[in-house]
Design a protein around this ligand. Structure first.
Ligand SMILES: [Zn+2]
Length: 401
C-alpha cells in the first residue's frame, strides 16, 4: 500500500509499504478513505518535535471503513464507517474511564509515565504507524473507533479525528460560561474551531488574535472580533474592547513560539517546514534573531494571555508546549488569581458528542477544509501547507485517488 513515511528530518517519502496486520485480538484494520495533514506533522518533519524513528508512517487524522476486526472486537464489523482518534487509549484503565484518554496507562508501550500515545508520532509517543496511508492498524479498536452517524460526510468526520475535539477541549479548559467574553489566540484550524466551540459553549463575545489576514477573515466570518497583532498591540486592543477589564477566558491555540527554531536543527531545515501544531503562531518576539534556548522565557502568547485575561479569569492551553519548556508567567497568574488549565486532548471523550452535533445539522466544521488533495500529491501538498499558501487552512488527503 501507499503511505507517507518519515526517514529523517526534512525527509519524508510517499512509498510502498506492507499492509498492516492484526497483531492483537483487540486490533482492527481500517481502510482509510480520508486522511489529513496537521501542523504537528510539520513539527516531525522539521525535527522541532524530535525522536522520530526511521520508517514510521506519519499522520494522525483519519476516517475510514473497518475491513478486519480482531476476535476481541465485538462492536464493529467489516464495512462500518468510523473515525480514528488521534490519541491511542485502552478504554479500560482508570484514566480512560474518567475521560483522560490522553493519560491512558496502557496505550504507550513505554509505560504508564511515558506520555500520550498517538498515531504517527515519535518513539516517546509509542512510534505507532500513522494514518497517512491506505490502511491502518488501530489498537484497542472497541473503545477507540467512533462510528459515524448517517448523513455525516468524510469531510465533516475528519475534523473530529483531532482538531475539533482539541478546540472543544480548549474551550472546556478555559471554563467558558454563558455570556463570557473569550479571547482565542491563534486562528489556524484549531483556533477557528475554538471560536466555534466557545460560541457553542455559551460565549457572549469572542475576540480572535492572529496576524494572517486569511485566518482573521475566516474568524470574522464566524463573527469573532478580530485583532491583528501585526498592526496593533493585542493586549491593549483587548483592554480597549472590554472597558479596561480584559476577557473572562482565554484559549491559547498557539503554544510555543512558531518562529523559534529547536536547538540542534539546522536553520535551513528548520525554515523548510514551519513549526506550530495549530499553524497560527505569533511571530513577533523573535525578530531579533537570537538563538532560542528552550525554556529561556515564557512564550509570547502565554504573556499576552496572562495580561489580556481579567482578574480571576481563566486560561485554557491547547497549543503545544514541549516537555522541555519550563517557563510561564506564573507571577501574573498568582497575583491576578488566574486559573490555568492545559493538556493533550482526550479526543475519544469528546468525539461521539461532536459527531452528534454535526449530524443534527447545526454545526459544519467541514467549512474549514479548504484543500482536498490526492495522497499521490502529498509531497507538493506538504510544501504548500508549509508555506501557508493563501487560503490553505486545513488539508485533507485522499488515499484512494
Ligand atoms: Zn487507558
Amino acid at each position: 500500500m501507499k503511505a507517507v513515511v518519515w526517514h529523517a528530518v526534512g525527509d519524508i517519502q510517499l512509498e510502498d509499504v506492507p499492509e498492516p496486520k492484526i497483531q492483537a485480538p483487540t486490533d482492527a484494520i481500517v481502510k482509510i478513505t480520508t486522511s489529513a495533514m496537521c501542523g504537528t506533522d510539520l513539527h516531525l518533519i522539521r525535527g522541532t518535535m524530535p525522536g522520530m524513528k526511521d520508517g514510521t508512517i506519519i499522520g494522525h487524522e483519519a476516517v475510514g471503513e473497518v475491513v478486519e476486526a480482531g476476535t476481541g472486537v465485538r462492536n464493529f464489523s467489516t464495512g462500518d464507517r468510523v473515525v480514528i482518534p488521534s490519541t491511542i487509549s485502552c478504554g479500560y484503565c482508570s484514566y480512560c474511564r474518567a475521560g483522560y484518554q490522553a493519560q491512558c496507562d496502557n496505550a504507550n508501550p513505554g509505560g504508564k509515565l511515558a506520555g500520550t500515545a498517538f498515531f504517527g508520532g515519535p518513539e516517546a509517543a509509542g512510534a505507532f504507524d500513522g494514518l497517512q496511508a491506505e490502511y491502518a492498524r488501530v489498537p484497542y479498536a472497541s473503545t477507540s473507533l467512533v462510528p459515524i452517524p448517517p448523513g455525516v460526510s468524510d469531510a465533516q468526520a475528519i475534523m473530529v479525528s483531532d482538531i475539533f475535539p482539541t478546540a472543544w477541549f480548549g474551550a472546556k479548559l478555559a471554563e467558558i460560561r454563558t455570556g463570557d467574553t473569550v479571547a482565542v489566540f491563534g486562528a489556524g484550524p484549531v483556533g477557528q474551531l475554538a471560536i466555534l466551540s466557545a460560541y457553542l459553549q455559551g460565549a457572549g463575545r469572542v475576540i480572535a488574535v492572529d496576524h494572517n489576514t486569511d485566518r482573521l477573515a475566516l474568524a470574522q466570518a464566524q463573527h469573532a472580533e478580530i485583532v491583528d497583532f501585526d498592526t496593533e498591540e493585542p493586549v491593549a486592543a483587548i483592554q480597549d474592547l472590554t472597558g479596561g477589564i480584559g476577557v473572562d477566558r482565554v484559549i491559547d491555540a498557539v503554544g510555543v513560539d512558531a518562529e523559534r527554531p529547536a536547538t540542534g536543527v539546522p536553520a535551513e531545515q528548520a525554515q523548510q517546514f514551519d513549526t506550530e501544531q495549530q499553524q497560527a503562531a505569533p511571530e513577533g518576539n523573535t525578530t531579533g534573531g537570537g538563538q532560542w534556548v528552550p525554556g529561556d522565557a515564557p512564550s509570547q502568547v502565554s504573556q499576552w494571555a496572562a495580561q489580556a485575561v481579567a482578574k480571576a479569569g481563566s486560561i485554557g492551553i491547547i497549543g503545544v508546549y514541549p516537555q522541555t519548556i519550563s517557563s510561564y508567567p506564573i507571577g501574573v497568574v498568582m497575583n491576578k488569581n488566574l486559573t490555568v488549565k492545559a493538556g493533550n486532548c482526550n479526543h475519544r471523550h469528546y468525539m461521539p458528542g461532536l459527531l452528534r452535533l454535526i449530524a443534527e445539522g447545526g454545526v459544519d466544521p467541514a467549512l474549514l477544509l479548504t484543500e482536498n488533495e490526492p495522497m499521490t500529491d502529498v509531497m507538493a501538498a506538504y510544501r504548500e501547507f508549509d508555506r501557508r499558501e493563501p487560503g490553505w487552512i486545513k488539508v485533507a488527503l485522499n488515499p484512494a485517488a
